[in-house]
Design a protein around this ligand. Sequence first.
Ligand code: PMP
Length: 284
Amino acid sequence: TGWSETWTWIDGTWHEGNPPMMGPRSHAAWLGSSVFDGARVFSGVMPDIDLHCQRVNDSAVALGLKPTMSVGQMVELTREGASKFSPDKQLYVKPMYWAESDGPGVIAGDPDSTRFCMCLFDAPMAPEGAANSLTLSSFRRPTLDCMPVNAKAGCLYPNNARAMLEAKAKGFDNAIVLDMLGNVAELTSANVFMVKEGVVHTPVPNGTFLNGITRQRVISLLRGAGVTVHERSLRYADFQDADEIFSTGNYNKVVPVNRIDERQLEPGPVAARARQLYFEFSKA
Ligand code: PMP
């Protein structure tokens, strides 16, 4: 199939590969009612797995879906699924809810038709030394009254995808996306930080972007290590003359930036420290 090794739990059964799970009348496939989360299993650890499982339930509620799984059940399924893979694999863990029953219209006809799957697959993380180039996106994050931006919902990602496509077309790895007020929100699927004179700055959650679990973890680890972290409104210009920029997200954890527009940046000591603190925390 071309998919890396994959295991998916649906309705009590583990399936190998990528089993079909929606049909032409599934509300989620038709009208976008799906939510998911992303977490990691590597070297036998599952950093903040409980928070990711709680968030998928919160995302479900935000879209009017009915979560059917407890955090404990999802964590147990993660453990069970991970045991099917060779222990040296770096796994992506994706719990997901979707509405199955179709219309009458924008809402799922049967509110009890919420379904769940837990999908794990082999997905190596960006290696040590990886770095990204960034440019400014011409697309923006919607506000909470326009889209459920507090949820991790599939329906939000086409907007992020066009920001990413635009960045790639210009020769960059990723984009800085602004909110409606013109403040920096995040990258296309990661939060963003910058460093000036040893002090870390990152956008303050204002309802327009995902307050990432990795973001929150990295802030508390940096503060615990004595680094000052300010959460505040930031403009693109603040990033253009930063000493360092780095991103956080469950997929690749902490990754430095090596270029913003035409300006080269050295991946620096604060990003390296944040990455090291994260992986030390993960092992603990
Ligand atoms: N913003 C968006 C839009 C994302 O998709 C992600 C990845 N989940 C993040 C930020 C980072 O969040 P987290 O650290 O919780 O993965």
